[in-house]
Each structure stands twice: as C-alpha cells, then as structure tokens.
Design a protein around this ligand. Structure first.
Ligand code: SF4
Ligand code: SF4
Ligand code: SF4
Length: 227
C-alpha cells in the first residue's frame, strides 16, 4: 500500500519569512483515471498567491521564529482525497456536476453499478436520477457506454480548518462548488485570519472558537460567483 508521501506532492514551501505556507496536491493527472476536474490552473494561481502573501504578515517578533507554525493547502483532484485535504487548513477537492441526456440514455444501469455512493437510481422512465449523496466524482459518466451522462459545471469543494496535532479534526465543508477565482479569494481570507491570531492557533482552532454558523459569513463569497 502506498504511503501518504508517495501519493501527494508538495508544490511549494515558501522560504524565509513566510515559510508557514505549504501547498500540497495529489499526484493525479493524466495517469490517474479518477480525476474529476483539472487543478493545473488553480495550482498556478495558488502558487502565485502564496508568493504575493510572502511579503504580508500580521505576525511579528517571537511569532516569526515558531518553526512549526504553518498554513496548509491541500488539493485533491477527486474525492478519493490522496493528498489528505480533510486535515489541511484549507482542503480543496475537484468536482464535476454530472447531468443526464435523456435522449441518449438506454436505461442499462451501468451508472448505478459504478456509483460507490449509491447516489443514482432510475426513475419510472428508466432515466438516471442523482441524489444528494453524490460526491461529484464523475465515475458514473466514465462508466456510461452511451455518453448519456455528461460533465456539467466543474469546480472545487472547500474544506476549512482540518488539522492533526493534539486535537485532530476534519475540515468543515463550505456549501457550494467554487471556481478557481473563488478558491483563491477563500484562501486569501483564510490566510488573513490565520495571520490575525497569535501563537499556535490553527485555522481550525479559530473556527472552533467562532462556531460553525460564522463560517459562511466569513468565507462565503457572493453567491452569484459560485460555479
Ligand atoms: S485524489 Fe483522486 S485524482 Fe488525485 S491521485 Fe488520488 S485518486 Fe487520483
Ligand atoms: S458523480 Fe460519482 S458520486 Fe455522483 S452519482 Fe456519479 S458516480 Fe455517484
Ligand atoms: S449508464 Fe448511461 S445509458 Fe446506462 S442507465 Fe446510466 S446514463 Fe443511462
């Protein structure tokens, strides 16, 4: 079985003043059949953002010398989560919204077999219906022999405040599917919060203090901009 370090890649670890920004991504790409949506542009944009943030700090003096103080981003290109986005300060998961073409569907049921979430059923007309258990992985559209399932919008799911350490916790998901621009904005807000708080505080600790109800208020961008 592959270990975590074998299936994720560290994209950048800024040196010097902002050595606390770490970006990791899974090794999905052309070689992995599970990719839901490409993350190439997002990784480029996040790397550029981390470089811009390198000159910004709300932390000074003693805080600068804390070597393990870090802000982690983790991108997985499908919900299998090989880069462990669930335990990053901000976890990002590629997603594809699947839509059905009723004219092309033969009612064969291959999509039902392919869906590990049991999210697909056939209605009375033998057309696929996808319910709320869907993780937007795209397995069903790859399994359909008739091209009756098509990729609709693509984007990214966002998990906030995951961490290990003394009190481990999984990131909390922001509702919605977000574009590259939105993810960059959310990361920028998350880093700003991280920098506001002193000492060993991780983003997850901030969220725990403020409560879940506060998450959309602080992180949700204009609904109209969501994918
Ligand atoms: S997270 Fe998904 S796309 Fe990335 S390496 Fe794992 S299986 Fe492949
Ligand atoms: S996208 Fe994935 S989880 Fe959603 S219905 Fe298709 S196979 Fe199931
Ligand atoms: S696999 Fe394709 S053709 Fe078969 S039931 Fe599902 S959507 Fe229809």
């Amino acid at each position: 079985m592959l270990g975590g370090s074998a299936i994720k890649a560290r994209v950048s670890m800024m040196s010097g003043r902002d050595s606390r920004i770490v970006i990791e991504r899974c090794r999905g790409g052309k070689a992995c059949p599970s990719v839901a949506a490409s993350g190439t542009r997002l990784i480029r944009d996040l790397t550029a953002l981390s470089e811009r943030l390198a000159g910004y700090s709300g932390i000074s003096g003693e805080e600068e010398r804390v070597p393990h103080r870090k802000f982690t981003l983790s991108l997985s290109l499908c919900p299998n989560g090989c880069s462990q986005p669930q335990i990053a300060d901000i976890g990002i998961i590629s997603a594809v919204v699947v839509r059905a073409d009723p004219d092309a569907c033969t009612g064969c049921g291959a999509c039902i077999t392919a869906c590990r979430e049991r999210a697909i059923s056939l209605d009375e007309r033998f057309l696929p219906v996808i319910d709320g258990r869907c993780l937007q992985c795209g397995d069903c559209l790859r399994a359909c022999p008739s091209n009756a399932l098509l990729p609709g919008s693509t984007g990214f799911r966002i998990l906030l405040g995951g961490k290990l350490g003394r009190h481990p916790q999984l990131g909390k998901e922001l509702p919605g599917l977000f574009s590259e621009e939105d993810v960059v904005e959310i990361v920028s807000r998350g880093y700003s919060l991280f920098s506001e708080y002193q000492r060993w505080i991780r983003l997850g600790d901030v969220i725990n203090r403020q409560g879940l109800a506060w998450l959309p208020e602080r992180f949700l961008i204009d609904k109209g901009r969501q994918t």
